[in-house]
Ligand binder design. Structure first.
Ligand code: ZN
Ligand code: ZN
Length: 423
């Protein structure tokens, strides 16, 4: 038994003795660990980016075949939806569990024996591990079926791109073909120690929108600005003014971020006032209302400041991700389940939100659920498990296959208990 497994057994037993079924889950996770960590390493060696994840899709299908789990391929190109029905199905309830499996355009520098074999591509966000984790739960759930209802296992492509795999699966009719009462997801989290599980009610991760603004004035001689409409001046006013949306218009309890990340204007000549200036950036918010407010105010401020200088502003906004907003009841349920897996002293229910984006938010727009972070850092600060997500020396911590696999499995058993287990 690994150190983490032992710690998990002890941590849960120190608070409340794990019941027989929970011990069964821990044992199953230990038994399938070699197989699933090999799967994870194979995925890691063969990273593919959005909608090209044929290797992952084939590997998942092969495992589901081995375990006699029925599934459908072709959702959003490479996505897979598998179905496991419990020993009973009188609850008529269906729970969704989701894992993503796309990689990033990053050149790996880990020197691990299973490092990426594809130049310029890497599993630097741990989606290889999320997939292995959901497979661990799939194996256990299909072998035991200790639940009364149905589980949908959603293996999703293209989490990392604006044209997101979750949104595409929903557009293709996922929620009509496979209706779910609740949906759950996890992400490994390098800033938390392994064994910790963190969540919060409400916004867990932010919405992501990008914006492009063009300020058009009238170019001319740099020595005669009174004969021009200087778009550089207008752009600089706007870039500083839009920050006051955050600091003076939003409640401090509704965090949002506006970052102007590019400004381009001029020809390089020192004495030419350009015709136009372009700037662009990113907007983050933790709820839909704040998100819409910030977008509307950026556009208003651009237009008002531009017109006050006889210039024009053209604004373009594009949404990339909805905020990931956790349902309060699902968070309470997930924290109870996580306590059984890692001990209640290892569960954080008021964790700080992250202003990064995650396309799991689009599922939560339609179905109640919760997305939680699984700590993966070790005591060695140099460990690849402690590197930040998207870093070229990052690596997923395989211990999470057991922790996350046990968490997913217990979620299903607890949300749809068999009559005998409920008594
Ligand atoms: Zn990522
Ligand atoms: Zn990710």
């Amino acid at each position: 038994m690994s150190v983490v497994s032992q710690a998990l057994h002890q941590s849960s037993s120190s608070h409340c003795q794990p019941d027989e079924q929970m011990r069964g889950i821990f044992d199953a996770m230990d038994q399938s660990f070699d197989e699933l960590s090999q799967c994870r390493h194979a995925l890691h060696e063969h990273p593919q980016v959005a909608y090209e994840e044929e290797f992952a899709s084939d590997l998942i299908a092969k495992k589901l075949d081995e375990w006699h789990i029925e599934y459908e391929r072709g959702w959003a190109a490479t996505g897979i939806v598998a179905t496991i029905t419990g020993q009973a199905n009188s609850s008529r309830k269906t729970i969704g569990l989701r894992a993503d499996f796309d990689a990033l355009e990053v050149e790996e520098k880990t020197s691990l024996p299973y490092a990426s074999r594809s130049q310029g591509k890497m599993h630097a966000c741990g989606h290889d591990g999320h997939t292995a984790t959901l497979l661990a739960a799939a194996k256990y759930l299909s072998e035991t079926r200790n639940f009364d209802g149905t589980v949908k296992l959603i293996f999703q492509p293209a989490e990392e791109v604006a044209d997101s795999g979750a949104a595409k699966m929903i557009e293709e009719g996922l929620l009509q073909s496979h209706p779910m009462d609740a949906i759950y997801g996890v992400h490994n989290w390098p800033s938390l120690q392994v064994g910790k599980v963190a969540m919060r009610t409400g916004g867990m991760l932010a919405s992501v929108d990008r914006f492009d603004v063009t300020i058009r004035g009238r170019g001319g001689h740099g020595a005669m600005p009174h004969l021009t409409v200087d778009p550089v001046i207008v752009a600089t006013y706007i870039v500083s003014q839009i920050q006051s949306i955050i600091s003076r218009e939003l409640s401090p309890s509704s965090p949002a971020v506006i970052s102007v990340t590019n400004i381009n204007g001029g020809t390089g000549a020192y004495s030419v006032i350009p015709e136009y200036v372009k700037f662009s950036g990113t907007i983050r918010a933790l709820d839909q209302k704040t998100r819409e407010y910030v977008i509307r105010r950026i556009e208003e401020i651009c237009n008002l400041i531009a017109s006050s200088h006889s210039a024009t502003a053209t604004c373009y906004f594009a949404g990339e991700n909805d905020p990931t907003v956790n349902d309060a009841r699902c968070v309470a349920f997930c924290s109870a389940v996580a306590s059984e897996v890692v001990g209640d002293h290892n569960v954080i229910t008021d964790y700080d939100p992250c202003m990064g984006g995650e396309d799991f938010g689009v599922f939560l727009k339609h179905i109640p659920g919760a997305f939680v972070f699984l700590g993966q850092a070790t005591s060695d600060p140099q460990s690849p498990h402690n590197r930040s997500l998207h870093n070229d020396r990052y690596d997923f911590n395989d211990e999470l296959i057991k922790i996350g696999g046990a968490y997913f499995s217990r979620l299903v058993e607890r949300s749809m208990p068999l009559a005998s287990a409920a008594e």
